[in-house]
Write a new protein. Structure first.
Length: 189
């Protein structure tokens, strides 16, 4: 039996999804496609990585300039101005970078029977716990995956035309964790 050919999202559809210029219908089709196509999910991850790396390259220019400006302000401060209180500086654990939600967005209502959550990769070895709650904070569904997407199972009935809240926690092998923070989504009427 010949292998089934899988149609993939065209590059411009992935780009529109990432930059937010896709229409709500285009976003919904892309989210559904990402849920069933590992190759396109990987392409989505790569595009997010490229965007993130581009931002980092910008920071390699901006951060040294900001540090130079801060040093100049410190050196040029008026005489008698305290340099700061080192007792107020606390040591803390290394900061874990937050990772980003891709879909669904709060502005594009989703079909209550096919909710797919998509987020960017948080780091090497991360597992993810996705949690969906009601407005009053009651957990409706929670699931764990090593992938960067999860679909609400058919056994979970979501009422139409309601606001829901969801978040993803990244759990790392060394015990650290990170979160996307809470995001709103609305089911279609």
């Amino acid at each position: 039996m010949p292998d089934r050919v899988v149609d993939h999202l065209p590059p411009d559809a992935v780009a529109a999804f990432v930059d937010g210029s896709a229409t709500p219908d285009e976003r919904a089709r892309a989210v559904a496609h990402f849920a069933r196509c590992p190759a396109c999910r990987e392409e989505l991850r790569e595009v997010h990585r490229m965007v993130r790396d581009r931002r980092r390259r910008r920071l390699t220019i901006v951060v040294p300039l900001a540090a130079a400006a801060a040093a100049a302000l410190f050196v040029l401060r008026p005489v008698g101005t305290p340099a700061g209180n080192s007792a107020l500086i606390e040591r803390s654990a290394p900061v874990v970078a937050r990772f980003a939600v891709v879909a669904p967005t709060p502005t594009a209502p989703v079909a209550s029977d096919s909710v797919v959550f998509v987020w960017s990769r948080a780091g090497d070895g991360a597992n993810y716990r996705v949690t969906l709650v009601t407005e009053d904070g009651t957990t409706v569904w929670s699931g764990t995956t090593s992938d960067t997407s999860a679909m609400v199972p058919d056994s979970v009935a979501l009422a139409p035309d309601r606001d829901w809240f969801w978040y993803v926690d990244a759990l790392f092998p060394d015990g650290r964790s990170s979160t996307t923070g809470i995001h709103r989504m609305r089911t279609r009427p």
